[in-house]
Ligand binder design. Sequence first.
Ligand code: ATP
Ligand code: MG
Length: 511
Amino acid sequence: MSSKLDYLFEVRSVSKSYGSTQALSDVTFTLMPGETVAVIGQNGAGKSTFAKIIAGSIQPDEGEIYVKSCRVTLFPPKNALRYGIAFIPQELAYVPKLTVAENVMLGRIPNRKGFISYKEMIKRTKHEAKRFGLNIDPLRKMSSLKLADKQIVEILKALSRRASVILLDEPTASLSDNESKNLFRIIGKLAREEKVGIVYISHRMDEVFNFSDRIDVFRNGRLVASEQTATSDHEKLIAHMLGKQREQITLEKFEYPSANPALSVLNWSSRGLPSLSNVTFNVKEKEVVSIFGVRGCGAEIVAEGLVGLQKEIEGEIILEGKKRRIFRNPLEAKKANVAYVPADRKKQGLVLKLSIRKNATLPILRLLSNLGLMNSLEERKTAEKYTSRFNTKCQSIEQNVSELSGGNQQKVLLAGRLAMNPKVLVLQEPSRGVDIGARLEIHKQLKEFASEGTAILVVTSDVEEAVNISDRLLVMRDGALVGELKGEKISQDEVLRLASGNFQKNGGVIK
Ligand SMILES: Nc1ncnc2c1ncn2[C@@H]1O[C@H](COP(=O)(O)OP(=O)(O)OP(=O)(O)O)[C@@H](O)[C@H]1O
Ligand SMILES: [Mg+2]
């Protein structure tokens, strides 16, 4: 029988501020062996700050941390690791050029008489993988793996270091349903069989309910609620997150006449992976159309094709009545007034070391400086107008984007694209990493924006998002469009039925 003193770690009254931002206030938290805790909260609530403190990446201003009843300093990460705490951040820190085995053993490559014993390394990696029923080739280059597998390798790395605590910051944000379930299968096994303590941050309420023992809620830097999952409920948790009852926002669905589509995609095919076959659809002025499909279904290729990022597609587009060839590069798309919000905001969307003002106005710089002079007043006004539409949490628009929480970065990205006032706006996973409140707000803003004339195409693997936002919803499977739903006909069940090829979706809980 374990007593309270057997905790893996305990954080007592920890606080952290950045200038005038109190990121974390007086947080006390205990993790027991084998316990899985889900951490939820709005964007900017302090979740990542909390995780970074436990991972030793930042030092708290105040408070104490204990591991097995001894007071410890977890900073820097090397120290946290020594105390058995492994952190898997959302932006994975692997070495792309090395193999899986080299990454798993990084820093501890077994050495025999001055030589690295690759054999030993591979044997150990295989052994670790086998323990978790994972089928990963230790000799594959890290860069060639799918994101989900990269994440699994990071977990293997943590495990092979005999971590007793694994922290994950939004591990499933970019994973498909099945990949997420697989990740939680492994995590569940670790907790049950090895008594590893797990803390993970998530914005996905369904997974939080299916895969945790306890749910802790952060709001404005404070830990405001800690509930046993079995006895908690959705609305109660959301009320803790928001500090009030949730407003219900139901967005109206419109049917637009078929004349005058702003954009038509005609007979798109490609042989890449995944391949596209005969994809044809259109988006009308003022309309929000989404393409729903599991990640890897081909919808992301369509989005990229529309903004000049896919060169292998055959087919045509019609933009504002004119037939033209598919854009060869992003500049062509931009010139045609087609704007894009990529799925990977850090790599493609934002310049992290620039201010919010710069990021929100970069896409339209040429418009604002038409006399060769930068009108910084205009720039500020535009940045303020669009970032405030999304309630971006920041100190001022002069703050660097790198200092914003993940969800707030996403809002800056959206603001910049809307400021372009595009004819067509293509978005992938627009509310990824965004909290439940902000998500509805983003949907509402996109709808409003559409009503002002922009044709909007949303590519998403999030069924709730697709159902909520679309006037018309297309379902894609294996590179082909397999169904279309409009207005009242749009429902989660119907979408999932189409996406899975008529089979009932497997909603089984794996834990
Ligand atoms: N390096 C930094 N400099 C200045 N402010 C920061 C820094 N890191 C975080 N903050 C601020 O601290 C607050 C908490 O941020 P944190 O990243 O912990 O939020 P979060 O709960 O993880 O949000 P999200 O769900 O959007 O990822 C935010 O207001 C953020 O802008
Ligand atoms: Mg975060």
